[in-house]
Design a protein around this ligand. Structure first.
Ligand code: ARG
Length: 463
């Protein structure tokens, strides 16, 4: 049997293997809502321009609404013989309304149709991801406000460096996520132009109104070149690039949660909702959700790579290669949204173990820089000399197995005679964090103010 939608000039149907490699309905059925929205906008425009009758447009619209209801309800029978979502819907439309269905495809091609559907889908998904990012930012900023003064060791090289507050640490992720949000927003602006009306590649001789369909579908304007209209996929690449970077940010926080919740660190406790037990080791609470979030950049960058390589070197305009743009993009968008939601849940339920964090902040000589700064400010020592003197004092503390603040004044003076008792004021981790009042620094007052500022901005945005 020849294909009933395009088989006019063929005497036999496709081989089974051809049909299998050609069909996309098993994945592009996810575009049904966008496909129907695009078709309704197109039909309304054709009628307004007098290209089809108002009666045909009304029948088409009603038929499309009925098909949408069938698919929503899971009652639609998708057929692989009809290749893709576009032909499945058009064929059903013919069953429902007869001849008028054949007029819908006037001044249109599956090339501009699929470009439009996919753009709408990626736009919706990116908008949902942006909302998820905002929600995660709220969760982080709320924890940051509560923990604006919760002390922990700050790390470089994963070695205790200087005391910071837990709130400050969490707000670093809010900053990263705000840039992610910006990337999704920027991508959306460039994405939001309509390919519809590019037709197969060259535009059309019918007097169509591309402004009307663009507006109807929420696009800011029609794309200005029909070849570009059917062949551009950089909108999806951009959104996948934004997803990749965002997923990398989430994976860093996920890794920290894995480390912090380990028995060796015990900085935080994850809620039961986001941990699992081991089937053999009863003591375990595994941070599976965090580990899975940590893993997601693999498949998300994979989707970006697949699409980039598929597009590379493709000549103008549409080529069937482009049918391969969807599956991995869908997968990446789904997993991005899921990872964000899982992270928001984990962050909301996270319980910091303040005594352990404080003990860790105290243990690594994390106030050594404060001691060096004291020497610079009070003894007018050049910083390099102060660094050296401090190093010797740290070595002494290490030898005696005490904290810097537990050394006696005599111990200090054995390294440098001019040190006096006022040095002890800067050696506590509280004093150290509190003194970091520079713009962007970790002082609890700064952190509280920043957390509040973020919460106000985010809540204002969400109304
Ligand atoms: N299923 C196709 C895709 O996803 C739709 C466009 C087909 N166009 C064509 N000329 N065969 O790309």
């Amino acid at each position: 049997m020849t294909n009933k939608m395009w088989g006019g000039r063929f005497s036999s149907g496709p081989s089974a293997i051809m049909a299998e490699i050609n069909a996309s309905i098993h994945f592009d059925q996810r575009l049904y809502a966008q496909d129907i929205a695009g078709s309704k906008a197109h039909a309304a425009m054709l009628a307004k321009q007098g290209i089809i009758t108002k009666a045909d447009a009304a029948a088409i619209t009603k038929g499309l609404n009925d098909i949408k209801a069938e698919i929503d309800a899971g009652k639609f029978k998708f057929s692989a013989a009809l290749e893709d979502i576009h032909l499945n819907i058009e064929s059903r439309l013919k069953e429902l309304i007869g001849e008028a269905a054949g007029r819908l495809h006037t001044a249109r091609s599956r090339n501009d149709q699929v470009a439009t559907d996919f753009r709408l889908f990626v736009r919706d998904a990116a908008d949902q991801i942006s909302e998820g990012i905002e929600d995660l930012m709220v969760a982080l900023a709320e924890q940051a406000e509560t923990n604006a003064a919760t002390l922990m060791p700050g790390f470089t090289h994963l070695q205790s460096a200087q005391p910071v507050t837990f709130g400050h640490h969490l707000l670093a992720y809010v900053e990263m996520l705000s840039r992610d949000l910006g990337r999704f927003g920027d991508a959306r602006k460039r994405l939001n132009e309509s390919p519809l009306g590019s037709a197969a590649l060259a535009g059309t001789s019918y007097p169509i109104d591309r402004m009307m369909t663009a507006k109807d579908l929420g696009f800011s304007s029609p794309m200005r070149n029909s070849l570009d209209g059917v062949s551009a996929r950089d909108f999806a690449l951009e959104v996948l690039a934004a997803c990749t970077i965002c997923s990398i940010h989430l994976s860093r926080l996920a890794e920290e949660i894995v480390i912090w919740s380990s028995a060796q660190f015990r900085f935080v406790k994850l809620s039961d909702k986001f941990t699992t037990g081991s089937s053999i080791m009863p003591q375990k609470r595994n941070p599976d959700a965090a580990e899975l979030v940590r893993a997601k950049p693999g498949r998300i960058l994979g989707a970006f790579t697949a699409l980039a390589v598929m597009m590379k070197g493709l000549p103008m305009a549409y080529a069937k290669d482009m049918q391969e743009d969807k599956e991995q993009t869908f997968d990446a968008l789904d997993n991005m949204a899921l990872a964000i939601a899982a992270m928001a849940g984990m962050v909301r339920d996270l319980e910091p173990n303040k005594p352990n964090m404080l003990a860790a902040a105290n243990s690594g000589y994390a106030t050594a820089t404060d001691l060096a700064d004291w020497l610079v400010q009070n003894l007018k020592m050049p910083f390099r000399d102060a660094h050296h003197v401090t190093g010797r004092i740290v070595a002494l503390a290490e030898k005696k197995n005490v904290l810097l603040s537990e050394l006696s004044l005599a111990d200090m003076q054995s390294v440098h005679g001019a040190i006096d008792a006022s040095v002890f004021k800067v050696l506590s981790v509280e004093a150290s964090a509190k003194s970091r009042t520079s713009f962007g620094g970790t002082a609890p007052n700064n952190v509280k103010r920043e957390a509040k500022r973020w919460l106000k901005t985010l809540k204002g945005k969400r109304g």
